[in-house]
Design a protein around this ligand. Structure first.
Ligand SMILES: Nc1nc2c(ncn2[C@@H]2O[C@H](COP(=O)(O)OP(=O)(O)O)[C@@H](O)[C@H]2O)c(=O)[nH]1
Ligand SMILES: [Mg+2]
Length: 233
């Protein structure tokens, strides 16, 4: 199986090495693409050092500006689709997404076109979030379900596994959104085209190092954007 794990990074110097070590154990066959946006903390250099240690498996793209998560993923997916990867995973760099779930994604993608890692499939599986953050995320999910009609329990999760043909078919390079809305947009396009989208349960661990980049603006973008998606696709 020809798989690539795409990891966007912005100021993840303390996390990226630990994550790559874990991926090495849990998905030793997979290639990894780090997409760094010229992080001021030097994540890009750390990524280069990791690449030099294992140049057949680890690749790095360096963006010039912090253009947001959606744009970083579009760059990474384009790179993947220009090569012959059949399975493409997206995950955060901050260890919120545990690589030990990767084998389950690879298993589930055998009879799916897109697999979503869900924090809400069996109750609430989030570690170390305060009540405010949890409420925002849960309400956002309910709202998105209502507006878009998607039946999934977690539409803003960033731990996902794609078949290459699904990404090609939804024309992922034309995705307009950033932040959480990027996750909603790409899943919605796959859902609307009738692809088989399945959820598997994951436990999400809030980062213990570095800082979250998401703020109020990203949430507002997602609220209005979900309506826009419904009108556009
Ligand atoms: N390349 C790139 N990565 C980003 C950007 N914004 C966030 N990320 C990465 O996207 C992932 C999720 O971001 P994070 O701040 O942890 O969001 P949260 O988990 O929702 O709090 C992390 O790996 C970040 O380093 C960006 O503008 N460019
Ligand atoms: Mg995070």
């Amino acid at each position: 199986m020809n798989s690539l794990i795409v990891i966007p990074t912005y100021n993840e110097r303390e996390n990226i090495g630990r994550l790559i070590d874990k991926i090495q154990i849990d998905a030793s066959e997979s290639h990894v693409l780090i997409v760094d946006d010229d992080s001021p903390d030097g994540t890009g250099q750390v990524a280069e050092e990791l690449r030099l240690k294992d140049p057949e498996r680890i690749f790095v793209l360096h963006g010039e500006n912090k253009d947001g998560l959606g744009r970083a993923y579009v760059q990474g997916f384009r790179w993947a689709l220009q090569r012959d990867y059949r399975i493409i995973v997206q995950m955060d760099a901050d260890l919120s997404h545990d690589p030990s779930y990767l084998p389950r994604f690879f298993e589930a993608i055998r009879d799916s076109d897109l697999v979503l890692g869900s924090r809400y499939l069996h109750g609430i599986s989030v570690v170390n979030w305060d009540l405010k953050r949890l409420m925002i995320s849960k309400l956002a999910t309910l709202y998105v379900k209502r507006v878009t009609g998607m039946p999934f329990t977690d539409t803003t999760s960033g731990f996902k596994c794609w078949r290459d043909e699904t990404l090609r078919s939804i024309k992922v390079e034309e995705a307009f959104a950033n932040g959480y809305l990027f996750q909603i947009e790409t899943t919605y396009k796959a859902y609307r085209r009738g692809f088989r989208v399945h959820e598997i349960p994951i436990i999400f661990f809030e980062r213990d190092r570095g800082r979250s980049k998401f703020d109020f603006r990203v949430i507002v973008e997602a609220i209005f954007g979900a309506l826009k998606l419904r009108l556009r696709y």
